[in-house]
Design a binder for this molecule. Sequence first.
Ligand code: 5GP
Length: 216
Amino acid sequence: MASTGTIFVVSAPSGAGKTSLVQAVRRRLPGLGFSVSYTTRLPRPGEVHGEHYYFVDKTTFAELMAHGEFIEQAQVFGEYYGTSRSQVQAMLDAGKDVILEIDWQGARMARQAMPGCLSVFILPPSRLALQHRLRGRGSEDESAIAKRLADARQEISHYNEYDYLIVNDDMQEALDLFEAVIQAGRQRMAVQRIRQASLIQALLADEVIEHGTDYR
Ligand code: 5GP
């Protein structure tokens, strides 16, 4: 994908506050697109098709996969999830950076497919906080929560594969850190040498004495 846009891959165990952080950082920073994934799981109450996910059946998912529509895909909690290639490309073409909220398996594939991406792992401040947050969500029964806790450990065990690690204890603090990561990512030389090409060219041009008062 030839573009100056940056892909930010964000993973966390469920209950670490990843979705809230992503939503909050998008409200703070302009130019951040969000990739709406495809999934075969059923919508939870309040979830909207095309906003939270594209909810599709397994046959449709398999067809999309066969057509190469996914940059990455993975099976999570027994359901399939995938990132839309065309959607991400459209956002990059529109000059945006893109956030992918995906699991560790998808993050691995995304790193291979897009070596320039930056990946961020979000941790809860404690195991107790994680349990509390999973219960607080109130959308699943006890056995589903127990399963998610076991899955959370599995997800956390891959923290070391990521570029950045943020502990989400205080939400505002975690948000500041997440914003800092994105802002720093946007100033990387690989991106800036292209975005600032004309400025750099002008600054390095042969010496000419400039006259004028507009210094910006
Ligand atoms: P949930 O069903 O709770 O919304 O998400 C379950 C897990 O699937 C989360 O870890 C979430 O980040 C991950 N996930 C959501 N969309 C995708 C995707 O497109 N690809 C991959 N690999 N994981 C995803």
